[in-house]
Each structure stands twice: as C-alpha cells, then as structure tokens.
Design a binder for this molecule. Sequence first.
Ligand code: GDP
Ligand code: GDP
Length: 435
Amino acid sequence: MKPIVALVGRPNVGKSTLFNRLTRTRDALVSDTPGVTRDRIYGACDYGQRDFILVDTGGLESDVEGGLELLAVEQTRQAIQDAELVVFLVDGRLGLHPEDAGIAEELRRMQVPVLLVVNKSEDLDPGVVGADFYALGFGTPLTISAAANQGMGRMVDLVEERLPPADEEAEALPGIRVAVVGRPNVGKSTLVNALLGEPRMIVYDRPGTTRDAIHTVLERDGQTYTLIDTAGVRRRSRIKETLEKFSTLKAIQAMEAADVVFLLVDAHEGVTDQDARLARLVRDAGRGVVLAVNKWDHLDDQQRHRLRRTLDIKLVPLLYYAPLRYISARYGTGVGHLFEAAETIYTSYTRELSTAELNRVLHEATEAHPPPVRGGFRPKLRYAHQGAKRPPTVVIHGSRPNTLPDNYLRYLERTFQKAFELEGVPLRLQFRKQE
Ligand code: GDP
Ligand code: GDP
C-alpha cells in the first residue's frame, strides 16, 4: 500500500498550496467531478520515484475551519500516528512562531518521524531561515516556496529517503483487489471471515509494505481476489480492542490500494455521519463500490423500511452508482453475492470507452440539453475521448468549460454513466479548454 505522509502546520503556512502543488489538483484541468477537488483532504502524490498518499491534516491546533471538514478534529492526532512521515510546515516570512514550538513538542511526544520544511522562502537566505527554525529540534530545515514552485524536487527526494523501504513484491497484488471498509463494529471482520469461509482456496497471506498490513489472496469461481489488509481487520476483532480509535487514514489507504470497496453500514445502528464521511471518501477515491447493508437480520418490516429511507436520503445521493446489497455477515446471508458484484464492478472499473460512442453520447446529451448561457456565452462542448481508466474518465474538449454549472456537470456525468452502463463505478469528467 502507498505510504502516508501527513502535512502538519499552523493555519496559513501554505499547507494547501503545497498540497495542491504535490497532488497536482490544479492541472490543465479546469474541473473535476463536482465537489471532488474542493473538499479533498488527501491526494496521491506521484511526483517522484515513489507514490505516496499526502494528507492535509489541517494541523494539530483546534482550528476547525481549515482542512478538517472531512477529517474530524480528534482524528488529526490519529492520522499523524498512522502516517509513515510527517512534513511539518512552517512560515519563513513570519519566522518562528510560539505555536510552532507547541506543535513540535506534540510531534516529539508522538514519536513520529518528522521532516521540517520552511515555506515562503523564495526571497530568503536559507542560512538565516535555517538558524531560526533549528530551535525546533528537527535539525536543519529544508527551505522551499510552494507558491513559487521552488525546492519541490528536493523535498520529495527527502520525503522518499525517510519513508520505510518499499516491498517490491507486495506491490503487485493479484486479481481484483477488494477493501472492506466501515466504521467500528459494522461487522468488517465478521464479513472478512465469512468471505474467507466461503468455498475458496486461500493462496497465501503475505506481508504488505506497511507495518501491519497483510493481504489475503483467494480464488472463487476461477477469479482471483486480494482482500486488502484483512489481517488488520481480523486482528482487531481478536484482541477485542473496543477502545481502539477508528482510523480514517487506514480506510483511505485500503481504498487507495483497492479496485472495489465493500462499504459496510450497520442496519441495527442506522446511517451515521461517519458512514457519510466514508462514503464521500470512497467517492473521492474513485473506486468501485458496493454499499453493503450488514446485520440485515432480526429486523421487522418497519425497521427495514425506515432504514431504506435513511439510506436513500443520506448515502444514495453520494454513491448513486453503487449497487445496494442487504447482507448478514454473521449468518452468511448474501455474502457470496458480493463476489459476483465485485466482478461485475471490476469490468466497469477497467472499461474501455470507445471514442465514437463517447462522442455520440456527448452530442446527444448537449442537443437534448445545451449547456446554459453564462455571461452572454454558451459553452461549446466539441468532442470527447477517454482519459484515464480506473475509474473511467471522460475528457471533454470545449470552450469555457469552467462556466458549466454543477448541475450540468452532474447531468453529463449521469448521462455517460447510463449510456455505458457502468455498474458500481463513478464516471469522472475532465475538461480541456479550447476556444
Ligand atoms: P494553509 O492554511 O496552511 O493551508 O495555507 P495556504 O496554502 O492557504 O496559504 C496561506 C497563504 O500563504 C496564501 O495566501 C498563499 O498564497 C500563501 N503562500 C503559500 N505558499 C507560499 C509561498 O511559498 N510564498 C509566499 N510568499 N506565499 C505563500
Ligand atoms: P468490525 O469492528 O467492523 O470488524 O465489526 P465486527 O466484525 O467485530 O462485528 C461487531 C459486532 O457485530 C460483533 O458482535 C458481531 O458479532 C456483530 N455482527 C457482525 N455481523 C453481524 C450480522 O450480520 N448480524 C448481527 N446481528 N450481528 C453482526
């Protein structure tokens, strides 16, 4: 799995600027799936030799506005603990700030590896800046300028140097990679055990790249699957550490490594905010997904009806493309069908979209509903082709795509989704400006 690097620092030091720079969310692309880039707090960084997951923690202080909307405040600490490395960002223009010292203290207490980086150093003497921040106790800091794009390569080199070595062998996980994700007690380990208990052959358990990740490879109906981080899930339940904090980052890491996510919710508990947060993360990760409603046993008709309605309101709008499955991991009901769903979804996930077909759909869509006029101009969407796969991404060339309103983007997204019958997989839109 990709290692996690957490970005920590007080507000305004340039964390989001650096984050955007490293995850390149401001590429030539003017827009992504609505709502996706705006509230992302983590991104894959493939800047250097090695991919890693960069997380903007929003800092350790109790600033709730920052990047913390998705990652609950109390989870920041957990996120730092889960990270392989912390990039501690400070502001070279302002100089050493008392709050920096507080954060340094906290990081030292948590005993995580730290790379101290001084941002906004474009016009500053590295020697002087270095001497100022040396007092934080993390050695001579690296000076960069996120805004002026200076020192990025050097920084990524240093990050990679400090990450634990990659396990080459574990990188290639065979078959369809499945992650079982959900908040504590939804029944993840019960489900994993049920999945493994189905007629199957466990090929092997092998250690992953990160500290406690173990993936299980199994075969079913001639199809190979890798269950991501099942050991972590199993171990947790064995120890029965009910107090263990739930780690959003572990879930993100598992999702990033997966093709298909089984997102579990608990039918007995109903849908919580944490479920919605996870649903948003799965959507943002762009992975295939089955919405699996677990503990669908011991419920009367009225309870089932009520739950279906809550799902419709709270989760289906976030993951409208996800098939819903009602299961009972404890009694094994519906569990086998999850494999079939995963196989179907995987086909959609890796689908090649024909250019001719894409253009036909685009033209029909814009003819049925032309893009709305904005500022006296009507955007023209000229042609489309497939960008990335996993998930399928449609690149549309046209004029003024950045004036397309969100609801129009959603309309296009759903039209393509339907035309290509993508099951359990989001469809991504990207635009290239062409006047
Ligand atoms: P965050 O609160 O830590 O996420 O900080 P932001 O990324 O929002 O940046 C805060 C301010 O600092 C913004 O006005 C940025 O444009 C500015 N900024 C970020 N990086 C640099 C830099 O390298 N040099 C200068 N001069 N300003 C920067
Ligand atoms: P995890 O924390 O997500 O791994 O959840 P566990 O697998 O440890 O399950 C939490 C609790 O829910 C345990 O007491 C399980 O026995 C129970 N549980 C799991 N699946 C089901 C189910 O399908 N029906 C019922 N009634 N209970 C379940």
